[in-house]
Design a protein around this ligand. Structure first.
Ligand SMILES: *[C@@H]1O[C@H](CO)[C@@H](O)[C@H](O)[C@H]1NC(C)=O
Ligand SMILES: *[C@@H]1O[C@H](CO)[C@@H](O)[C@H](O)[C@H]1NC(C)=O
Length: 217
Protein backbone atom coordinates (compact mmCIF):
# COMPACT_ATOMS: atom_id res chain seq x y z
CA UNK A 1 0.00 0.00 0.00
CA UNK A 2 1.25 3.48 -0.82
CA UNK A 3 1.72 5.98 2.00
CA UNK A 4 -1.10 8.21 0.82
CA UNK A 5 -3.47 5.24 0.84
CA UNK A 6 -2.41 4.33 4.39
CA UNK A 7 -3.07 7.87 5.56
CA UNK A 8 -6.49 7.85 3.93
CA UNK A 9 -7.35 4.66 5.79
CA UNK A 10 -5.86 5.78 9.10
CA UNK A 11 -7.20 9.33 9.23
CA UNK A 12 -10.86 8.54 10.01
CA UNK A 13 -9.68 6.21 12.81
CA UNK A 14 -7.57 8.96 14.36
CA UNK A 15 -10.44 11.40 14.13
CA UNK A 16 -12.76 8.86 15.73
CA UNK A 17 -10.29 8.25 18.58
CA UNK A 18 -9.94 11.93 19.54
CA UNK A 19 -12.41 12.68 22.33
CA UNK A 20 -14.66 15.60 21.58
CA UNK A 21 -15.69 18.10 24.20
CA UNK A 22 -19.20 16.64 24.00
CA UNK A 23 -17.94 13.11 24.68
CA UNK A 24 -15.88 14.27 27.65
CA UNK A 25 -18.98 16.00 28.98
CA UNK A 26 -20.84 12.69 29.01
CA UNK A 27 -18.48 11.44 31.68
CA UNK A 28 -19.17 14.30 34.04
CA UNK A 29 -20.43 13.51 37.50
CA UNK A 30 -20.03 9.83 36.98
CA UNK A 31 -17.09 7.61 37.60
CA UNK A 32 -15.61 6.65 34.27
CA UNK A 33 -16.54 3.16 33.31
CA UNK A 34 -13.73 2.07 31.05
CA UNK A 35 -9.98 2.00 31.18
CA UNK A 36 -7.78 2.18 28.13
CA UNK A 37 -4.75 -0.01 27.85
CA UNK A 38 -2.49 -1.70 25.38
CA UNK A 39 -2.75 -4.96 27.28
CA UNK A 40 -5.68 -7.26 26.79
CA UNK A 41 -6.01 -8.13 30.48
CA UNK A 42 -6.81 -4.59 31.58
CA UNK A 43 -9.20 -3.52 28.84
CA UNK A 44 -12.24 -5.04 30.53
CA UNK A 45 -15.01 -2.55 31.19
CA UNK A 46 -15.70 -2.30 34.89
CA UNK A 47 -18.81 -0.55 36.09
CA UNK A 48 -18.08 1.47 39.21
CA UNK A 49 -20.35 2.14 42.12
CA UNK A 50 -22.84 4.84 41.21
CA UNK A 51 -22.26 6.53 44.56
CA UNK A 52 -18.81 8.08 45.16
CA UNK A 53 -17.57 8.38 48.73
CA UNK A 54 -14.78 9.90 50.77
CA UNK A 55 -12.76 7.77 53.23
CA UNK A 56 -12.23 8.69 56.87
CA UNK A 57 -9.77 6.74 59.03
CA UNK A 58 -11.04 5.51 62.38
CA UNK A 59 -8.88 4.26 65.25
CA UNK A 60 -9.94 5.92 68.48
CA UNK A 61 -7.27 7.57 70.62
CA UNK A 62 -4.76 7.50 67.72
CA UNK A 63 -3.33 10.50 65.82
CA UNK A 64 -5.16 9.49 62.61
CA UNK A 65 -8.65 9.20 64.12
CA UNK A 66 -11.35 10.75 61.91
CA UNK A 67 -8.85 12.15 59.40
CA UNK A 68 -9.39 12.00 55.63
CA UNK A 69 -7.56 9.47 53.45
CA UNK A 70 -6.26 11.36 50.40
CA UNK A 71 -4.82 10.45 46.97
CA UNK A 72 -1.32 11.93 46.67
CA UNK A 73 1.56 11.05 44.32
CA UNK A 74 -0.16 7.84 43.15
CA UNK A 75 -0.36 6.67 46.75
CA UNK A 76 -2.69 7.39 49.68
CA UNK A 77 -1.86 9.50 52.73
CA UNK A 78 -3.46 10.76 55.90
CA UNK A 79 -2.45 14.25 57.02
CA UNK A 80 -1.93 15.94 53.62
CA UNK A 81 -4.45 17.27 51.07
CA UNK A 82 -4.99 15.38 47.79
CA UNK A 83 -2.89 16.15 44.71
CA UNK A 84 -5.34 16.81 41.88
CA UNK A 85 -5.34 18.49 38.48
CA UNK A 86 -7.84 20.36 36.32
CA UNK A 87 -7.04 20.85 32.60
CA UNK A 88 -8.43 24.41 32.42
CA UNK A 89 -8.75 25.44 29.67
CA UNK A 90 -10.46 23.61 27.98
CA UNK A 91 -12.37 22.22 30.96
CA UNK A 92 -14.16 25.07 32.67
CA UNK A 93 -15.95 23.51 35.62
CA UNK A 94 -13.76 20.97 37.43
CA UNK A 95 -14.63 19.93 40.98
CA UNK A 96 -12.51 21.72 43.59
CA UNK A 97 -10.04 18.83 43.90
CA UNK A 98 -9.78 19.25 47.67
CA UNK A 99 -11.41 15.93 48.62
CA UNK A 100 -10.59 12.37 47.53
CA UNK A 101 -13.53 10.36 46.22
CA UNK A 102 -13.62 6.62 45.56
CA UNK A 103 -16.06 4.12 44.04
CA UNK A 104 -16.28 0.33 44.35
CA UNK A 105 -17.61 -2.09 41.77
CA UNK A 106 -17.57 -5.75 42.63
CA UNK A 107 -14.11 -6.38 44.10
CA UNK A 108 -12.43 -3.49 42.23
CA UNK A 109 -12.01 0.10 43.42
CA UNK A 110 -11.57 3.33 41.48
CA UNK A 111 -10.99 6.96 42.18
CA UNK A 112 -14.25 8.78 41.45
CA UNK A 113 -13.00 11.21 38.82
CA UNK A 114 -14.20 12.96 35.67
CA UNK A 115 -11.17 12.20 33.48
CA UNK A 116 -12.17 9.81 30.66
CA UNK A 117 -10.77 6.34 31.32
CA UNK A 118 -10.93 6.70 35.08
CA UNK A 119 -8.23 5.80 37.60
CA UNK A 120 -7.99 2.36 39.19
CA UNK A 121 -6.98 1.72 42.80
CA UNK A 122 -4.65 -1.19 43.60
CA UNK A 123 -2.45 -2.63 46.35
CA UNK A 124 1.24 -2.86 45.53
CA UNK A 125 2.91 -6.21 46.16
CA UNK A 126 4.57 -4.80 49.29
CA UNK A 127 1.32 -3.35 50.60
CA UNK A 128 1.19 0.33 49.63
CA UNK A 129 -2.23 1.41 48.38
CA UNK A 130 -1.88 3.12 44.99
CA UNK A 131 -3.77 4.36 41.94
CA UNK A 132 -3.16 4.52 38.19
CA UNK A 133 -2.07 7.73 36.48
CA UNK A 134 -4.65 9.57 34.35
CA UNK A 135 -4.87 8.22 30.77
CA UNK A 136 -2.99 5.06 31.77
CA UNK A 137 -4.08 1.59 32.85
CA UNK A 138 -0.51 0.56 33.73
CA UNK A 139 -0.26 -1.34 37.01
CA UNK A 140 2.95 -2.06 38.96
CA UNK A 141 4.18 -5.65 38.67
CA UNK A 142 2.36 -7.93 41.10
CA UNK A 143 -0.24 -5.34 42.12
CA UNK A 144 -3.56 -6.59 43.52
CA UNK A 145 -6.71 -5.07 42.00
CA UNK A 146 -9.26 -7.50 43.43
CA UNK A 147 -10.34 -7.71 47.05
CA UNK A 148 -11.93 -4.32 47.71
CA UNK A 149 -15.35 -4.08 49.28
CA UNK A 150 -17.90 -1.51 50.34
CA UNK A 151 -20.55 -1.94 52.99
CA UNK A 152 -22.75 1.12 52.35
CA UNK A 153 -24.03 3.16 55.26
CA UNK A 154 -27.72 2.88 56.03
CA UNK A 155 -30.05 5.73 56.88
CA UNK A 156 -27.47 8.36 55.97
CA UNK A 157 -24.85 6.75 58.25
CA UNK A 158 -21.22 5.99 57.44
CA UNK A 159 -20.23 2.93 55.39
CA UNK A 160 -17.14 0.75 55.49
CA UNK A 161 -14.48 0.37 52.77
CA UNK A 162 -12.38 -2.76 52.99
CA UNK A 163 -9.70 -4.89 51.36
CA UNK A 164 -9.19 -8.62 51.83
CA UNK A 165 -7.78 -11.31 49.57
CA UNK A 166 -5.38 -14.24 49.85
CA UNK A 167 -2.43 -11.83 50.22
CA UNK A 168 -3.79 -10.14 53.32
CA UNK A 169 -6.35 -7.75 54.68
CA UNK A 170 -6.95 -4.58 56.64
CA UNK A 171 -5.59 -1.05 56.32
CA UNK A 172 -2.50 0.36 58.05
CA UNK A 173 -1.39 3.99 58.44
CA UNK A 174 2.40 4.09 58.62
CA UNK A 175 4.40 7.15 59.71
CA UNK A 176 6.59 8.78 57.08
CA UNK A 177 8.48 11.12 59.45
CA UNK A 178 10.00 10.70 62.94
CA UNK A 179 7.11 12.78 64.32
CA UNK A 180 4.58 10.58 62.49
CA UNK A 181 2.57 12.56 59.92
CA UNK A 182 1.88 12.33 57.15
CA UNK A 183 0.92 8.66 57.42
CA UNK A 184 0.99 6.49 54.29
CA UNK A 185 -1.79 3.94 53.74
CA UNK A 186 -0.93 0.26 53.28
CA UNK A 187 -2.76 -3.06 53.29
CA UNK A 188 -1.41 -5.60 55.75
CA UNK A 189 -0.25 -8.11 53.08
CA UNK A 190 2.09 -11.07 53.58
CA UNK A 191 4.80 -9.30 51.55
CA UNK A 192 4.59 -6.11 53.67
CA UNK A 193 7.90 -4.26 53.80
CA UNK A 194 8.46 -1.70 56.50
CA UNK A 195 8.25 -1.33 60.24
CA UNK A 196 4.90 -2.97 60.91
CA UNK A 197 4.93 -2.11 64.62
CA UNK A 198 5.13 1.62 63.86
CA UNK A 199 1.90 1.45 61.81
CA UNK A 200 -1.64 2.06 63.07
CA UNK A 201 -4.42 -0.28 61.92
CA UNK A 202 -7.63 1.54 61.07
CA UNK A 203 -11.19 1.16 59.83
CA UNK A 204 -11.89 2.98 56.54
CA UNK A 205 -15.25 4.68 57.09
CA UNK A 206 -17.04 6.06 54.04
CA UNK A 207 -19.31 9.03 53.51
CA UNK A 208 -21.21 9.71 50.25
CA UNK A 209 -19.82 12.75 48.43
CA UNK A 210 -19.88 14.37 44.99
CA UNK A 211 -16.99 13.49 42.61
CA UNK A 212 -13.99 15.31 44.07
CA UNK A 213 -11.67 16.02 41.15
CA UNK A 214 -11.15 15.91 37.41
CA UNK A 215 -8.17 13.67 38.12
CA UNK A 216 -5.70 12.85 40.91
CA UNK A 217 -1.94 12.90 40.32
C1 LIG B 1 4.63 14.18 46.69
O1 LIG B 1 5.66 14.47 45.74
C2 LIG B 1 6.23 15.76 45.91
C3 LIG B 1 7.18 15.98 44.76
O2 LIG B 1 8.08 14.92 44.65
C4 LIG B 1 6.91 15.83 47.28
O3 LIG B 1 7.46 17.10 47.48
C5 LIG B 1 5.87 15.54 48.37
O4 LIG B 1 6.51 15.49 49.64
C6 LIG B 1 5.18 14.22 48.11
N1 LIG B 1 4.11 14.06 49.09
C7 LIG B 1 4.05 13.06 49.94
C8 LIG B 1 2.91 13.06 50.89
O5 LIG B 1 4.87 12.15 49.95
C1 LIG C 1 9.70 0.24 64.63
O1 LIG C 1 8.70 1.05 65.23
C2 LIG C 1 8.67 0.93 66.64
C3 LIG C 1 7.46 1.73 67.13
O2 LIG C 1 7.46 3.04 66.60
C4 LIG C 1 9.97 1.45 67.20
O3 LIG C 1 9.97 1.32 68.61
C5 LIG C 1 11.14 0.63 66.62
O4 LIG C 1 12.36 1.16 67.05
C6 LIG C 1 11.07 0.63 65.10
N1 LIG C 1 12.05 -0.31 64.57
C7 LIG C 1 12.90 0.03 63.59
C8 LIG C 1 13.80 -1.05 63.12
O5 LIG C 1 12.92 1.15 63.09
Amino acid sequence: MRLSAILLVALPLLVAAAPTKREEGKHRHRISTTSTSSTASSTATVLPSPIPFTIIAAHSASPIHLQAVNAVNQSFFIGVPPSSYCPAPPVTDCPAGTTTTVGVNGKAAFLAVEVPGGQQIFVRRHGALGFTAPHSATLPAGAYTSGFSLVPGTGGGLGDFGFANAAGQGFLACPTTPAGPPYQVFVDVKGFKGNRTACIGFDALTESAPVGAWEYT
